[in-house]
Design a protein around this ligand. Structure first.
Ligand SMILES: N[C@@H](CCC(=O)N[C@@H](CS)C(=O)NCC(=O)O)C(=O)O
Length: 201
């Protein structure tokens, strides 16, 4: 399998999951500006949407959208427990979190990356995002992980997008449960290895 990624982006989430599962994979770095891959390829030929993450199987088929990719990976090794069984109530709970992270947190940070965003719009988006983070903090004050009290794919995704707070001087210590969660996830060998691999490339 190949994971098309760019450092400091949402592709860190499937990268962490691949390492948690000890699956064989190759990392292919994408230049998000030029849409070229580090090995000289045209990323748009891999993913016409033009964004990471993209997972390419050995048969050439490509899966995109982070929440779909991490569930596919977790289901390759169900015994690792990174996602509850398909069809279970807890699986729907996982999907509830993945959708929330995707649309409300990942999507909430999105406009802040736009340097052209007028200050009033920036404040509006930031305020909206902070409400979502307050909800996350409340949940994490009652549980160490998002689903079934164990690390899972939703945690890989939430950790990944919450790292972006640092880009916007958003101090996560304001929500002690989130700060403790980030420190907990960051200690995982899979996370350390993924961060080191992305920094080295
Ligand atoms: N809906 C996609 C969004 C992916 C996404 O936002 N990718 C960003 C990095 S976090 C990207 O590659 N952006 C480059 C671009 O849009 O040109 C998913 O959840 O996987």
């Amino acid at each position: 399998m190949k994971l098309y990624y760019a450092p400091d982006t949402c592709s860190l989430s499937p990268h962490i999951v691949l390492r948690e599962l000890n699956l064989p994979f190759t990392l292919v770095r994408v230049n998000n500006q030029t849409k070229r891959t580090a090995d000289g390829g045209d990323f748009l030929a891999v993913n016409p949407k033009g964004y990471v993450a993209a997972l390419q199987r050995d048969d050439g088929d490509v899966l995109t959208e982070g929440p779909a990719i991490v569930q596919y990976l977790a289901d390759l090794k169900p015994e690792a427990g990174l996602a509850p069984p398909n069809g279970s109530w807890q699986r729907s709970r996982l999907q509830e979190w993945l959708n929330f992270i995707s649309t409300e947190v990942h999507g909430g940070f999105g406009p802040l990356f736009n340097r052209e965003l007028p200050p009033a719009a920036r404040d509006w988006w930031r305020g909206r995002l902070e409400k979502r983070l307050a909800y996350v903090a409340d949940a994490l004050s009652r549980q160490e992980y998002l689903v079934q009290d164990r690390f899972g794919v939703a945690d890989a995704y939430l950790y990944t997008v919450l790292r972006w707070a640092a880009f916007f001087d958003m101090d996560l210590q304001r929500w002690p449960a989130i700060a403790a969660y980030m420190a907990r996830i960051e200690q995982r060998p899979s996370v350390q290895a993924a961060l080191a691999a992305e920094a080295a490339a």
